[in-house]
Design a protein around this ligand. Structure first.
Ligand code: TRP
Ligand code: MN
Length: 449
């Protein structure tokens, strides 16, 4: 931890302090796993990453809008075709709503195919009076509340790699193979959503879109084109376990540049973005688009310094700032941050994460979020940007396509007592499919303004 490297390489982060790493008990085994992953094919390709960066550059100016969403943390056991399909469906529905009603191309980025590592506020937790290591995501240990299950196992990184590959494979099949074709907008509306107010609003929008496509056919414009038949879809996760990220970092043979090929976009958490820390050191050298989470405890000079380091050329599309201040905090924190960034002339995609600072414990004991708080933070986000003359460029949600009961409120007015009905998350509470659609309709109006 002593010698500081000036020139970057994919291992240079090892000279810095890396927070939030699992305490792998067997270094030898860890090294073997990392070596295996390093020899395996990359999960995504540099050309795709560059494509995403171009699209995000448009979001900087307001010529596109970023929709990022998925589970708080993915679980190995949930890596099934139905789960992947349902998450994709709801993201496609939201994207269609935002594109059609909001009138802007939507950059679709899932928190998927690799979101297996979680930062924790404490190294240990007490379960039934016994202190055991904290759960750090399926790529480190098991959620099962037992000492043995919580010991980090590097083999889990290898499993995470393979499950990410499987997930990506199905996503690519769905988005390229016809499932995501705009002709199929009706098919993404799920049975349990159809009968709801939001499901019906969606049906109306889908009807309009179908009519527009039919009209084009009628007058002789072919709709058999990739713009209509395929959806552009990208993956993202928090770049947390640096050994894993390093193992998937590859040099692009066409340009000589380095990319972290574990996902298209990576984000850096609020807890691991120390200016002299290992995470910043690692990320500064890979050319992927980067998200940076910013919570209420940030220091503006610190944020500016980090941006200088991660994006010295001020390239648009490289940095998305994902602010998470809470409905109550956003007025206090966002305007100052915006002004500081404006002054420096930094090009960023301003993105709102209205989930993380609106978490509370319900009377039932469940960790939850209220739909109204989420929407309130979003509204403020748009209004503040309008009044500052900056561009609200995107949103970041924790959501699932399943019919869960994890967040209260929404059109169905889910209440505290219902949370236990289908509370499935192992980490933070997610919007269900219906709540996600409602959110998209609300946002589309703000985008169109
Ligand atoms: N190809 C465009 C895109 O990916 C349009 C499109 C096709 C689309 N299928 C979609 C948009 C599904 C939203 C959802 O944006
Ligand atoms: Mn979360």
């Amino acid at each position: 931890m002593t010698q500081k490297t000036v020139t970057w390489n994919k291992s240079s982060w090892q000279n810095y302090t890396a927070l939030q790493q699992p305490k792998w008990p067997d270094q030898e085994k860890f090294n073997q796993v990392i070596e295996s992953i390093s020899a395996l094919p990359p999960l995504v390709f540099a050309g795709e990453i560059r494509e995403l960066k171009k699209l995000l550059a448009k979001a900087v100016n307001g010529d596109a809008f970023l929709l990022q969403g998925g589970d708080c943390s993915e679980e190995f056991a949930n890596c099934t075709a139905p789960n992947i399909r349902e998450t994709l469906k709801v993201l496609l529905q939201m994207a269609v709503i935002l594109t059609y009603a909001g009138g802007k191309p939507v950059v679709k980025v899932g928190r998927i195919a690799g979101q297996y590592a979680k930062p924790r506020s404490s190294d240990t937790e007490v379960v039934d009076g016994v202190e055991i290591p904290s759960y750090r995501g399926d790529m480190a240990n098991s959620i099962e509340p037992a000492e043995e299950a919580r010991i980090p196992d590097p083999e889990r990184m290898l499993k995470g790699y393979y499950l990410s590959a499987s997930t990506l494979n199905l996503l690519r099949a769905f988005t390229r193979g016809g499932f995501a074709a705009l002709h199929r907008v009706h098919a993404w509306n799920q049975e349990f959503v159809k009968q709801s107010p939001m499901g019906r609003s969606y049906e109306r929008l889908a009807n309009q879109l179908s009519q527009a496509l039919d009209f084009m056919e009628t007058i002789g414009i072919s709709t058999d084109i990739p713009q209509l038949k395929q959806a552009q879809f990208f993956t993202s996760h928090e770049a947390l376990f640096l050994g894993y990220e390093e193992a998937l970092t590859r040099q692009d043979s066409t340009t000589g540049d380095w990319y972290d090929c574990s996902a298209h976009m990576l984000w850096i958490g609020d807890r691991t973005r120390q200016i002299d820390g290992a995470h910043i050191e690692f990320l500064r050298g890979v050319l992927n688009p980067l998200g940076m989470k910013i919570g209420p405890k940030h220091d503006i000079d610190d944020i500016l310094a980090i941006i200088e380091k991660l994006n010295p050329e001020n390239e648009p599309g490289r940095i998305s700032l994902i602010t998470r201040f809470g409905a109550k905090g956003i007025e206090q924190y966002l305007p100052q941050l915006i002004r500081a960034m404006k002054k420096e002339g930094h090009h960023v995609v301003w993105t709102c994460d209205p989930m993380h600072a609106n978490t509370f414990t319900a009377t039932s004991g469940h960790k939850t979020r209220n739909f109204d708080d989420i929407l309130a933070e979003l509204r403020c986000f748009f209004e503040i940007h309008w009044s500052e003359g900056t561009v609200p460029g995107g949103v970041h949600f924790e959501l699932t396509g399943n019919n869960v009961t994890e967040c209260v409120g929404g059109a169905r007015q889910l209440v505290d007592d219902q949370l236990s009905e289908k509370y499935l998350t192992t980490c933070d509470p997610r919007l269900n499919a219906e709540q996600s659609l409602e959110m998209a309709f609300q946002i589309s109006e703000m985008i169109r303004r």
